[in-house]
Design a protein around this ligand. Sequence first.
Ligand SMILES: NC(=O)c1ccc[n+]([C@@H]2O[C@H](COP(=O)([O-])OP(=O)(O)OC[C@H]3O[C@@H](n4cnc5c(N)ncnc54)[C@H](O)[C@@H]3O)[C@@H](O)[C@H]2O)c1
Length: 245
Amino acid sequence: MAKLQDKVAIITGGVSGIGAETARLFVKEGAKVVLVDWNDQNAKSFVDELTGQGGEAIFVKADVASEEDVANVYKETIDTFGKVDILFNNAGIGAVKPTEKLTYAEYRKTVSVDLDGTFLVAQLAIKEMLKTGGGVIVNTASMYGWVGSPGSAAYNAAKGGVINLTRSLGLEYATRNIRVNALCPGYIDTPIIPEDYKQTLRDVTPMKRLGTSEEMAKAVLFLASDDSSFMTGNTLTVDGGFTAQ
Ligand SMILES: NC(=O)c1ccc[n+]([C@@H]2O[C@H](COP(=O)([O-])OP(=O)(O)OC[C@H]3O[C@@H](n4cnc5c(N)ncnc54)[C@H](O)[C@@H]3O)[C@@H](O)[C@H]2O)c1
């Protein structure tokens, strides 16, 4: 039996990296997926790929930090599939710059996408899930929600916020059948990491390699499916050993 048979899953940041690979796995496991991204460049070909394999998928262009766009994501989802069972709340941007050079606008932009956007998309998911009796939310935080690093103050603050947002939502809805957990990836081989920086990141990872989007997708499937049915308000750190150091 497929693990997500007939479940409707919204995946933000759904056309690249961890989000796209998770969409492939979710469709294989029987889910209908709503791909959300502010970049629509590869959206049509990716929807074609998923539907070509017999899956059901739509794309909705949206900025997760825009209330209007997010409201439209839920309208399109309900109009097309009638409900929301799973949210993979994964869209994010990085910001690597020494703090003394970071503008307040750059700081705000990072926090607004990585933390405020995560809240906004989760809040509307919760409203829909309360109507249908429950659901599952998986937020993408980061190992940098656990530990600090120089030059990434805005990103790290936002991801730390995502971890405590996850705890708080998990507790708030624990008796209402909405589970909320977070994935904390280490360095993963996706377009968010500049090519010329990848070797440095392999070197500082105990396993001496980057993680893959496929490895993240399997962890997300665990969190999104009944395999993690007694888990809420918690995190799964998948980082090749980085935060064990
Ligand atoms: N790759 C890593 O090493 C790593 C490590 C820890 C955490 N993460 C987190 O994983 C998540 C996925 O990142 P990825 O590595 O797959 O990178 P990615 O760049 O391949 O994917 C991120 C996607 O999010 C989309 N996006 C960004 N801002 C958006 C917005 N405001 N509205 C809608 N879509 C938006 C991008 O267009 C992109 O398609 C992010 O939250 C990232 O912070 C990644």
